[in-house]
Design a protein. Structure first.
Length: 71
């Protein structure tokens, strides 16, 4: 069975968190939360997400639905 590697990167100075489920070409698009962007591939599959000003969320719940455009 192939291992799935999730890449998690945090830039403390920029207060930016990025989580990637797959390492492939894609682009970031907006979500209903201004601080959260989802990364999708060319087919619309979610391959990751990012959060700006993540330290401002300390102690606060964050609820965002990430959905693929594929049915």
């Amino acid at each position: 069975m192939a291992k799935k590697i999730i890449k998690i990167w945090y830039d403390k100075e920029g207060d930016y968190l990025e989580v990637l489920f797959e390492r492939k070409a894609g682009y970031f698009r907006e979500t209903e939360n201004d601080a959260v962007m989802e990364k999708v591939d060319e087919e619309g599959n979610i391959i990751g997400f990012s959060i700006l000003k993540v330290s401002a969320l300390a102690g606060k719940p964050l609820s965002v639905s990430l959905e693929s455009s594929i049915v």
